[in-house]
Design a protein. Structure first.
Length: 62
């Protein structure tokens, strides 16, 4: 799968503008929708947080 990076605004945390970002999906809140984009450093941080969460849920090795 090829990722499509565009120049835009990071909405994930750093809120930098005019940087390469990738679309993560729509965000819905209170009946409204917005596109959600993240730059590579913020995406890497999100992936690390998700991995840590997944690892916490792993059953202990026998």
């Amino acid at each position: 799968m090829e990722w499509l990076w565009i120049t835009g605004d990071c909405r994930l945390g750093c809120e930098r503008t005019g940087v390469l970002v990738i679309w993560l999906g729509p965000v819905q809140w209170d009946g409204q929708h917005a596109s959600f984009y993240a730059c590579e450093p913020c995406l890497d941080r999100l992936k690390a947080q998700a991995l840590a969460c997944f690892m916490e849920r792993q059953p202990a090795s026998a």
